[in-house]
Design a protein around this ligand. Structure first.
Ligand code: 6GU
Length: 244
């Protein structure tokens, strides 16, 4: 996969050189390029923003630097349009299902807006060259798209083949099956006034699996009842019904 990020703060993306994603880049599993939007301006002051038509607070990002930047990074392969992700609190909610879907793409381009956002005509124009996906992390406001890109690139990048050493760790994690993950424990079995649940020390693997499934449902209904409402009851196995 190839990922291009366009931002006026390229240094904000430096953490993508670290840890799992940094290693994936070094290993050639992921090609990731960060571009400074200002290099696509043509005026002396390298202007990227201006006042909003219709009035109001704040500044809006000018369209032409964005068009220059996006045209320069787009690498359509075999006629397939790259996906342009525009981080915005006004976007579609990003989730694990979308991470899996986007992990299948040849190229992702992230357009990090700042200020009050990017001139809307860029979003319309970009549809000629990209599949455009405005995306939000959740219902709160960040100062710009950069932090959201860190989150989305990590969520997508770890799903690429070879990035996570043991692919089994992707199976039994929160959201992989629409439920939250069960709680985990390690040694010592007695710690301060707290004991590890006895079933986990029993060696009974059927009982352990049932307990873990039950904890997944319990946690999900307590913390994220919205997920449980979406959970497809039709897909419940006999073991799930026993765990409920
Ligand atoms: Cl993707 N961008 C911004 N600016 N704020 C957000 C967000 C994205 N997701 C939640 N808040």
């Amino acid at each position: 996969m190839r990922i291009d990020v366009v931002s006026i703060f390229p240094e904000y993306l430096a953490p993508l050189e670290l840890s799992l994603i940094g290693k994936a880049r070094q290993d050639g599993l992921l090609e990731l390029n960060v571009h400074d939007l200002r290099t696509f301006t043509t005026d002396k002051h390298r202007t990227v923003d201006d006042t909003p038509y219709g009035g109001g607070a704040g500044m809006v990002m000018k369209p032409e630097p964005w068009a220059q930047a996006l045209e320069s990074v787009a690498k359509p392969s075999e006629g397939a349009k790259p996906v342009l992700i525009v981080p915005s609190p006004a976007g579609e909610r990003f989730n694990q299902a979308l991470a899996y879907e986007l992990a299948e793409e040849e190229q992702l381009v992230f357009a990090c807006g700042r200020y009050e956002g990017i001139d809307e005509r860029v979003i319309e124009w970009a549809q000629e060259h990209f599949t455009v996906r405005p995306m939000s992390l959740g219902d709160y406001v960040l100062n710009g798209g950069e932090v959201a890109v860190l989150a989305m690139v990590e969520a997508i990048g770890r799903l690429l083949p070879g990035v996570v050493g043991n692919p089994e760790s992707l199976v039994e994690e929160s959201h992989s099956d629409g439920l939250l993950e069960y709680p985990v424990y390690t040694k010592p079995s007695a710690w301060r006034d707290y004991d590890v649940p006895a079933v986990l020390l029993s060696g009974n693997h059927g009982k352990i699996a049932q307990w873990r499934r039950h904890e997944q449902f319990r946690r999900t209904s307590e913390r994220r009842p919205d997920l449980l409402a979406e959970f497809d009851a039709g897909s419940l196995s006999r073991a799930d019904r026993n765990a409920l």
